[in-house]
Design a protein around this ligand. Structure first.
Ligand code: ACO
Length: 403
């Protein structure tokens, strides 16, 4: 039922599994998902507990190193990260070269590659100290790179990071602040964004993470592997779905807000009409991340005093869909993206910045998966096979001799 077929290729038996719906590419100790039960755990800890009791930097440590940090370990980790947030001045010049208003995702990816040219002391993929250095650097500099990518996209001046601010605070200030005035941090926004980053920290072998592993399996350094992951994430089927949800809600609103009418169009399978933010390849139950986000959506939207027409539509859509046979039979439930776009918009992020936020959250997962792969003695270069379906052997015009 999974579209898997065993086929004879020219060199023996191969398994054809388009989309890898049923093929594991590795063993991993990082993230556990039970899609039928709607369970997600990092290193054994339920996502609900981490979202409620931990913070993004601690979760990053957990995901990367496998255990929660002791007080001293956490202090060392955050110290290394806080003190590493600056970029070389020439990186600022580089950012100035990108066209104004370019999309922040390619700029972020280019920024990570550029970072590697300044980080030649951390490119040895077998040296543990260098891997540590690269880990701290990437965690430290990614928010600065992300904020610069954003500032470039809106044509505003770059801000230097500040060492007295926390990870999320620094990022928000570098994104929304101006060099000439104090930036007022809203604690509810800081907390909500921290939680959203936790929820995105890892999700086993999704498209971008598989890409990081595949690129890294050639022993490409961690910067090259993670830049590739960012590129994989940039596609609308992966990182871009929350933007699509927002657009869908906007269209329903503009059309008079008739949710039932829209659901009927979805059920009739009108061309291109899907309930965006519903359904998931792995979760055939409520996505546990969506459940956590839902609680925050209400809170943050009301706290920021946003008009809630779209949230109301989202909630009504969810209610109708969850009690409808079409969605029940197909096991379609809200996924992580159903509410994130609304929250990001309420926080003031433009929609082309949403995927950058996803990348910021997913970074610990990419780092952890790259490190796990490099330390696994069973790792081989990733090299899928194919089933050749092209032309049989034939002669080039004028040439003779082929069978
Ligand atoms: N709205 C309406 N119908 C849907 C939806 C949806 N969102 N998702 C699936 N279906 C239906 C399909 O039409 C199909 O019905 P059928 O059996 O009558 O033909 C059935 O459910 C199975 O769907 P598939 O497309 O085979 O499921 P797949 O696992 O390949 O797709 C996916 C999963 C891509 C997430 C899909 O559910 C979808 O397109 N959802 C909307 C986009 C979205 O929210 N993406 C974000 C995913 S989360 C992430 O990447 C972080």
């Amino acid at each position: 039922g999974y579209g898997i077929s065993k086929l004879m290729s020219t060199t023996g038996n191969v398994t054809l599994d388009p989309g890898f719906t049923n093929t594991a590419s590795c063993k991993s100790e990082i993230t556990y998902i039970d899609g039928d039960a709607g369970i997600l755990r990092y290193r054994g800890y339920p996502i609900e507990q981490l979202a409620e009791h931990s913070n993004f930097l601690e979760v990053a440590y957990l995901v990367i190193y496998g255990e929660l940090p002791t007080g001293a370990q956490m202090e060392h980790f955050s110290e290394r990260i806080t003190r590493g947030t600056m970029l070389d001045e020439r990186m600022r010049d580089l950012f100035r070269c990108f066209p104004r208003r370019s999309h922040p995702m390619p700029v972020l990816s280019a920024g990570v590659m550029a970072l590697s040219t300044f980080a030649t002391d951390s490119l040895d993929v077998f040296d543990q100290d260098q891997i540590e250095l690269a880990t701290h650097r990437l965690m430290a500099k990614m928010p600065t790179l992300a904020a610069y990518a954003y500032k470039n996209s809106v044509g505003q001046p770059f801000l230097y990071p500040r060492n007295d601010l926390g990870y999320v605070e620094n990022f928000l200030r570098m994104s929304f602040g101006f060099p000439t005035e104090e930036y007022e941090l809203d604690p509810a926004t800081v907390k909500a964004l921290d939680t959203l980053l936790i929820l995105h920290a890892d999700h086993e072998q999704n498209c971008s993470t598989s890409t990081v592993r595949l690129v890294g399996s050639s022993q490409a350094d961690i910067y090259a592997s993670i830049a590739a992951g960012i590129n994989a994430l940039s596609g609308p089927l992966h990182g871009g779905a929350n933007q699509a949800v927002l657009e869908m809600l906007g269209r329903i609103d503009a059309d008079g807000g008739d949710v039932n009418k829209f659901v009927t169009r979805v059920k009739n399978k009108e061309a291109g009409v899907r309930l965006m933010g519903f359904g998931h390849r792995v979760y055939k139950n409520y996505d546990p991340r969506a459940a956590i986000i839902k609680k925050h959506a209400d809170e943050i939207l009301r706290a920021t005093g946003q008009q809630n027409a779209l949230l109301d539509i989202a909630q009504e859509l969810e209610q109708i869909a969850l009690s409808d046979d079409y969605f029940k039979e197909r096991k379609l439930y809200p996924n992580v993206d159903f509410y994130t776009g609304l929250i990001y918009e309420a926080m003031g992020f433009p929609s082309n910045y949403f995927t950058v936020l996803f990348a910021l959250g997913r970074l610990p997962g990419w780092i952890a998966q790259w490190r796990e792969m490099m330390s696994d003695p069973d790792t081989k270069i990733g090299r899928p096979r194919q089933v050749y379906v092209g032309a049989a052997e034939r002669n080039y015009p004028g040439a003779e001799g082929a069978a």
